[in-house]
Design a protein around this ligand. Structure first.
Ligand SMILES: Cc1cc2nc3c(=O)[nH]c(=O)nc-3n(C[C@H](O)[C@H](O)[C@H](O)COP(=O)(O)OP(=O)(O)OC[C@H]3O[C@@H](n4cnc5c(N)ncnc54)[C@H](O)[C@@H]3O)c2cc1C
Length: 289
């Protein structure tokens, strides 16, 4: 289908963008990479008559790496993350996850802010943000606020963003050099949205016991989720295949897994359990050089 008639506005500051959103209300939508918004408008799954493009708003396209972690501006594209030579060391999980997002052409335009605001439960970045206890910074008419990613995704395509608020950045906590991780997803074709995905990482103490285990899943529930039962089970245990199998089974048991045209609940549960187990096995390997 064709796009509806649209008026295009390109504000030059965040204040101007917020003022435009306030002025036009539901008639206006923010445009970032357009990779979700334009298809949604074309298929009439979203509607608006005004596009407020963020491309001229300064300060949204930086990637900052520091002792505080990694900060990604809202307009940072998947390609920018892939190309950044600091990130494979500063945040290897992010560098790995981004390679699974969509296809080259989409990675060239799709953005951090657009993905977070769109809130697709099968998307990699929201899941990574939840798994990593990241923080999402937003600005709006009432000023700036920071939201834990864990509280940000409310249901499919619905987030805690207030009307007229704009995401400005995503902050990921520091990634210790000794931390190991596993990232696994299953999609029918490479680049498609995942039918299910698992993100696992943990640290180890001197005796080799697991510390700070994080287990996340995506594509299986209404939002990205943390598998807290699996995390509690892993904490303090040592690494073994039997323990991983038990953790994966516990993790899947603790969440409501959805059914859709791609996979029913039982299939998705079995898939997720396998993916968690594989991610745990990957995470058992010490981090590379
Ligand atoms: C064929 C196809 C396959 C894809 N596969 C995957 C995949 O495997 N994994 C994956 O994660 N994604 C996938 N995507 C989506 C893609 O990654 C997009 O990058 C992502 O959806 C965000 O789009 P965008 O940045 O272009 O934002 P837009 O499409 O411009 O915007 C998306 C929504 O966010 C709002 N918005 C944008 N920026 C902001 C902001 N700063 N603050 C507040 N609201 C904002 C917009 O108003 C809109 O509602 C796929 C897309 C396509 C078309």
């Amino acid at each position: 289908m064709k796009l509806p008639p649209l008026r295009y506005l390109a504000p030059q500051s965040l204040d101007e963008a917020i003022a435009l959103l306030q002025e036009h209300g539901a008639d206006a939508k923010l445009l970032s990479g357009g990779q979700s918004l334009m298809p949604m408008l074309a298929f009439r799954l979203a509607s608006c008559s005004i596009l407020v493009d963020l491309k001229l708003v300064p300060g949204l396209d930086g990637i900052a790496v520091s002792a505080h972690g990694v900060e990604l501006g809202a307009r940072v594209r998947w390609r920018d993350i892939e190309r950044d030579t600091r990130l494979p060391i500063a945040h290897p999980l992010l560098s790995t996850a981004v390679k699974h997002i969509a296809h080259y052409a989409i990675r060239n335009r799709g953005t951090v802010g657009g993905s977070l605001a769109h809130g697709d439960p099968a998307s990699e970045l929201p899941a990574l943000a939840v798994a990593c206890d990241a923080t999402i910074d937003v600005v709006g008419p009432a000023g700036r606020r920071s939201l834990p990613a864990r509280d940000f995704f409310l249901s499919p395509l619905t987030t805690a963003l207030e009307p007229n608020e704009i995401i400005v950045s995503l902050r990921l906590p520091p990634w210790p050099k000794t931390r190991s991780f596993g990232f696994q997803e299953f999609a029918r074709r490479r680049g498609d949205f995942a039918m299910a995905g698992a993100i696992v990482f943990f640290d180890r103490d001197e005796e080799g016991h697991i510390r700070s285990p994080h287990v996340g899943a995506f594509g299986v529930a209404d939002t990205p989720v943390r598998l807290t039962e699996a995390e509690s089970f892993l904490l303090g245990n040592s690494v073994s295949l039997r323990m991983f199998e038990e953790a994966a089974a516990l993790g899947v048991r603790g969440i409501e897994v959805r059914s859709d045209i791609h996979a029913d609940t039982d299939y998705r549960k079995a898939l997720l359990e396998t993916l968690i187990k594989r991610a745990l096995i990957d995470a058992a390997e010490p981090p590379g050089p």
